[in-house]
Every structure is written in C-alpha cells, then in structure tokens.
Design a protein around this ligand. Structure first.
Ligand code: ATP
Length: 304
C-alpha cells in the first residue's frame, strides 16, 4: 500500500557570519554568510487527502502567531512550484508543528519550504536528486537551499549558492527571543540607509572564523562572529543593544543578532554555561523568553 503520510523534521539556522555587499540595481545585496543549522525544529506532516482539495495548512506548536495558512505560506509555495515543475495534481494537508520563532531571523519559513520539498518528493516518489531539490529551493528563497542541507555551510550570491564549510565540534547556543518579529526587507533598507554615506566593498569570507571552526575552538568562533545587519536591527529595535550587553556581561563567548533579527544568539562554552546564561537572561528582565540549542545538525529529513 502506498505511503499516505510523512513527517519531515527541519532545523532553524543561525548565521555565524553575515557580510552584506552594496545594494545592487535589482534591490538585492550580495552576501557572504556562514550558516549553522541548530537544534530548534519544525515538524511538517504532509498527508494525502482523498478528494481533489488542493493544499490545506494548519499550524500548531509554540510559535503559531503570524504564520499564514493560505497560499502565502512558504510550504504552500514550495508545493505549488513542485506541482508546476513536475506537472502534478497535489492534494495534501500540511500540518506544521512550529517551534522555530516566526520572523526571528532563524529562517523558519524557509525551513518549512525545504521540509515541504522533501515531503512531496517522498510522498509522490519523485526521486529528486539533491541538486534538483536545491534548484527548486533557490527559487523559493535564499535560505531555502541551506535548510535542505543543514550542517555548516558558506552561502554566497544571495545566500543560496552553498559550499560546505570545514567545521569541527559542537557549538552551544542560547537565543534571546522577541515576541514581535522584524521584517527582513525592512532591516536591509535600514542597513542601506545607515551605510548611505559609506563605500561598501564586496563581501569576503572571514578567514579567522573559518580557522576557528576548523580548530573546533568556540572561544575563537565567538570572537569572530559578525553580522552586518546587526546595526540596522538594533537601530529599528534599540532594546536589542541591551540584550547583547547583558548576555556578554554574563559570560557569553560571543553574541550577535541572528540574521535580520530580532533574535539574539549567544555562543557559550558548553551546555552548563548555556543553562547559567539562560537563567541570567531570564532573571535580568530584558528578555521575553530564551531557548537553548546546539549545532550543527542535519537539514530537512524524513522522520523514520
Ligand atoms: P529569514 O531568517 O529567512 O529572513 P525569518 O526567520 O526572519 O526569515 P520567517 O519566520 O521565515 O522569518 O517569517 C517571515 C514571514 O514569512 C512571516 O512573518 C510570515 O508572514 C511569512 N511566512 C510564510 N510562511 C511561513 C512559515 N511557514 N513559517 C513562518 N513564517 C512564514
């Protein structure tokens, strides 16, 4: 009997480096980014429906606010694209069990799009290669190809052109979450505004960060975390500066705004240091909620 339902688990990401080039004529920016997939996951269950109902979506879990349940959901967009490319009528219900913060700079929507590709490939026995999945993913968003591969990777172009990064060891993180998200386009616009008087060079890979990852040296990784969008995120949400300061005061090895924010990521020495920092951040009163995680972890994959 054919499989009727599949669950795909997909991680969130943090950018260890996000270097942003000048604004191009098309309004986009070339970036050099180092992604790490971390252990906060969405679980996407895709089930065949008997009738010709198209795609329906429901969202459950800790992070449901602001997630569209119509054609604007990135999982629905992924399925619509597959349907077009593979000339398929797809009738499924998609349940997104969401733990990845929404509009938090952790690529939650992109993660769900990647999970939907893996799920439809499995359910409809498309036999897609990794390259074919990546090509579809890149049409959906710059972060989507990385959410398929996971691990640690360097992203160039708009972030969608991936090369594997040589990284050793496990890294422990504490994330300070905000209840209200930031819009990625708004943060890029603010970045352009703040840099309007400056000459911006094409972004380059941070070699010191790459050496630190190769050496499995969290202290050195912490010292070389870099995000060109941080000033813009802090300009739009000044309270983030205080959050960054508090975390560093309590012994984080490094701190940065994750992607376009407003999540703030703190790298810590080990699990115990993470627990201490999480308690300190919570009791400081400047942080709404915290999450602990480790990375790198694998990308979107079918749960056995
Ligand atoms: P990135 O780090 O890739 O810039 P983000 O983590 O800041 O993204 P998302 O969680 O992907 O942001 O959400 C951005 C917006 O995308 C949301 O405000 C929501 O309207 C929309 N969206 C569409 N599909 C989804 C989805 N499956 N999960 C979350 N948000 C989604």
């Amino acid at each position: 009997m054919p499989v009727k339902s599949v669950t795909v688990r997909v991680p969130a990401k943090v950018n260890l480096q996000l270097s942003v080039g000048p604004r191009e004529a098309d309004g986009f920016h070339n970036v050099v980014t180092v992604y790490q997939a971390i252990s906060i996951f969405d679980d996407i269950t895709v089930t065949f429906t008997e009738a010709k109902t198209g795609v329906s979506i429901s969202v459950t879990g800790d992070q449901t606010h602001g997630v569209p349940t119509d054609e604007n959901n990135l999982a629905t967009k992924a399925i619509a694209l597959l349907s077009k490319e593979y000339d398929l009528d797809i009738d499924v219900h998609v349940e997104i069990k969401k733990s990845i913060p929404v509009a938090g700079g952790m690529a939650g929507g992109s993660a769900d799009a990647a999970a939907a590709i893996v799920a439809i490939d499995y359910l409809y026995s498309l036999g897609m290669s990794r390259e074919e999945m990546s090509e579809i993913a890149a049409q959906l968003g710059s972060d989507v190809p990385f959410m398929l591969s996971g691990g640690t990777a360097i992203g160039t172009g708009h972030g969608e052109m991936l090369t594997a990064a040589l990284s050793r060891g496990t890294y422990h993180w504490v994330f300070a979450l905000s209840s209200v998200g930031l819009s990625t386009p708004a943060v890029y616009s603010e970045c352009d505004r703040l840099r309007s008087e400056s000459q911006i060079a094409e972004p380059q890979t941070n070699e010191l960060l790459m050496q630190a990852l190769l050496a499995a040296d969290p202290k050195a990784v912490g010292a070389h975390l870099v995000n060109d969008l941080q000033a813009a995120a802090c300009s739009l949400r000044p309270a983030l500066r205080l959050v960054l300061d508090v975390g560093q005061e309590y012994g984080a090895l490094g701190a940065l705004v994750s992607g376009s924010g407003p999540t703030v990521a703190f790298l810590v020495a080990d699990e115990e240091a993470g627990l201490d920092l999480a308690v300190a951040l919570t009791s400081s009163g400047v942080v709404g909620s915290v999450a602990r995680a480790y990375g790198p972890v694998a990308g979107a994959k079918v749960l056995a």
